[in-house]
Design a protein around this ligand. Structure first.
Ligand code: DON
Length: 584
């Protein structure tokens, strides 16, 4: 019964993931100790930003060139993505950031959206108790209380060095002067224009000129200006965090949401706080992996999977070989089963993080794994923890000239979130409420099944898969990495790290390499199309793995920076999008 809705959920998810044009990157070749020739991505001496848009990467790199640090730059990049990447970057959403300072200090901040005070556990169920998917995915009830601005100001206060007004200035100019529409963006806006009109009950900045019927059609390469967002950012630059949570912007935002039938109030905004959290630290061979803790499942699942696969010699099995795919898939299956049962907002749940990420537990979890055949997900439940009592996204990576590193993933959830566009303020609102377990056992937009730990409760944060990650090698900064991709985020980050750590790939090669994904339920392994041979897939199929390959599916859009042995930086900007590395 649990599987009944999967096909439609996965198809809906696939539609969001449209194959993108390849980008051309500055490349150079280096030899590995095993004489593999690495095709490197963008190389720079000391500053590197890799994000979903060239404008955002450039603005961040310029902030650092002017003497700003990685934290000033991240605010500029994040805000520039609001302007140039409204698909996912938005003041109307939230996110997570993991950092490592030049002195080795690490930390993380959670500015995830929260359920409104008036939210109830059954708010998306009909009279028969069945979920009404559209309510948690589109329109006013889908919106969680946005955290982005609280996050940016908390980061600025603790770690920034330049004045906020100086950081925001180039972003305001971008909004006023316009950003260039890419082919990918044009296709998406055209696809969604009629949806924006329907949800908003009027035309918006992102429907005018994008609809089939429009006579003044916007073309690829045209500039799109967002003067409303420029004004919002100017007020935020002048008045600080309270402008968004208590000031004129807050008033306008609440009025807009309530006029559309939403339940977010001024009290919701006023009581929102970003939270500094202790990162999840784990070891994999000679690497120390610094990940995002709950309410993201990213750090815990990544650590758990790495621990489960550590005893296996993937290198001798070969990259994307049958045996490597089996080990990784089986570890993913078990970690996602645990995710479903144990993980949720840590402020509402007691989560056995130490046990889940321990070596002993990993060994126990893999005892029933065999290379002979797949372990059916129906036979994999969450693990047993003794003493346990209870319950469209974008990522950028950057390193500054001082040695500070940042991994930041931020989201509206689906493409353009709830599709509600606050025209007066110039941004889209998230549909993050769908990341809650709307009803135990029912899959969400990403096919993920949740339980008690992730049920809706007032002011609770919904569980996430976002996995901004920093990796040290032999005590030194080595990589900063992350990706969008819903439930596939964790497994894409995992494979990217393994590609470099185990298979000697460069950063660019690692993010470009074909990926596969398993998430316990549905019990299928998804492969990117045209990248895995028929023989390999047939072998896996004969061992009991159900294979899914669809033309439109891409798994993540990973952006990372790797510190090379000579101290220079390699940016890896995923070929699957318009992602661009800018460095100096
Ligand atoms: O927090 C999460 O896990 C999801 N809201 C992320 C959504 C996402 O990555 C969509 N992008 N492709």
């Amino acid at each position: 019964m649990l599987l009944k809705n999967y096909t439609s959920h996965i198809l809906a998810f696939s539609k969001c993931l449209i194959l993108s044009f390849f980008i051309v990157l500055t490349a150079c070749k280096t030899e590995t100790p095993h004489e593999r020739t690495i095709e490197r991505g963008k190389i720079a001496d000391s500053i590197m930003v890799v994000s979903a848009r060239e404008e955002a990467s450039r603005i961040g790199a310029e902030i650092m060139r002017k003497g700003g640090n990685a934290f000033d730059a991240l605010i500029a990049v994040d805000m520039a993505l609001n302007v140039a990447y409204p698909f996912a970057g938005s003041l109307g959403g939230g996110g997570f950031m993991v950092y490592r300072k030049a002195n080795g200090e690490v930390g993380s901040i959670d500015y995830r959206e929260k359920a409104p005070i008036a939210a109830t556990h059954d708010m998306y169920l009909d009279a028969e108790g069945n979920p009404v998917d559209s309510l948690s995915r589109q329109g006013p009830l889908a919106v969680g209380v946005p955290g982005s601005i609280a996050g940016m100001f908390a980061i600025h206060e603790k770690l920034g060095s330049l004045p906020m007004a100086e950081i925001l200035q180039p972003v305001i100019e971008l909004a006023e002067n316009g950003y260039q529409i890419t082919d990918n963006q044009l296709a998406r806006f055209q696809y969604y224009a009629s949806v924006f009109d329907k949800v908003n009950e009027k035309e918006t900045l992102y429907s005018i000129g994008f609809r089939e019927s429009d006579s003044t059609k916007i073309k690829s390469g045209d500039l799109v200006k967002n003067p409303q967002l420029a004004e919002t950012l100017k007020r935020i630059a002048a008045n600080g965090k309270q402008e968004f949570y208590e000031g004129e912007t807050a008033q306008k935002l609440v009025e807009f949401i309530q006029n559309h039938g939403g339940i977010i109030t001024l009290d919701d905004l006023k009581s929102y706080e970003a939270v500094w959290r202790k990162p999840i630290i784990s070891n994999y061979k000679n690497l120390r992996v610094i990940g995002m803790p709950p309410p993201s499942s990213g750090g815990v699942c990544l650590a758990e999977i790495l621990k489960m696969i550590e005893p296996y010699d993937l290198k001798s099995f070969g990259h994307n070989s049958v045996k490597s795919i089996q080990v990784i898939t089986e570890a993913e299956r078990r970690a996602y089963a645990d995710r479903s049962f144990f993980l949720g907002d840590p402020d509402f749940n007691d989560i056995p993080i130490d046990s889940l990420t321990s070596k002993d537990y990993a060994v126990k979890r893999m005892t029933n794994f065999s290379f002979d055949k797949a372990t059916p997900s129906s036979e994999v439940k969450h693990g047993v923890i003794s003493g346990y009592e209870s319950m469209e996204t974008t990522h950028f990576s950057l390193i500054d000239q001082y040695g500070n590193a940042v991994a930041l993933t931020t989201t509206l959830n689906g493409a353009y979130g709830s599709k509600l566009y606050v025209d007066e303020l110039g941004f889209f609102l998230n549909n993050e409420m769908d990341d809650f377990s709307v009803k135990p056992g029912e899959p969400n937009m990403f096919g993920l099944i949740g339980a008690e730990a992730n049920k809706i409760e007032p002011q609770k944060r919904m569980l996430s898969s976002m996995t901004p990650t920093i990796v040290e090698k032999e005590g030194k900064l080595w990589m900063t990495v992350g990706t969008p991709g819903g439930s596939t985020i964790i497994t894409s980050v995992l494979q990217t790290i393994l590609n470099v750590a185990v298979f000697d790939y460069g950063m660019q090669e690692a993010v470009d390499a074909p990926r596969f994904h398993h998430q316990w339920l549905p019990d299928v392994v998804t492969f990117e199309p045209d990248a895995f041979g028929k023989e390999l897939l047939d072998t896996l199929s004969n061992k009991g793995y159900e294979i899914r390959q669809e033309n439109s599916v891409i798994l993540g859009k990973v952006d990372g920076v790797l510190v090379l042995p000579d101290g220079s930086l390699e940016g890896g900007a995923d070929r699957r999008g318009d992602d661009t590395a800018v460095g100096f």
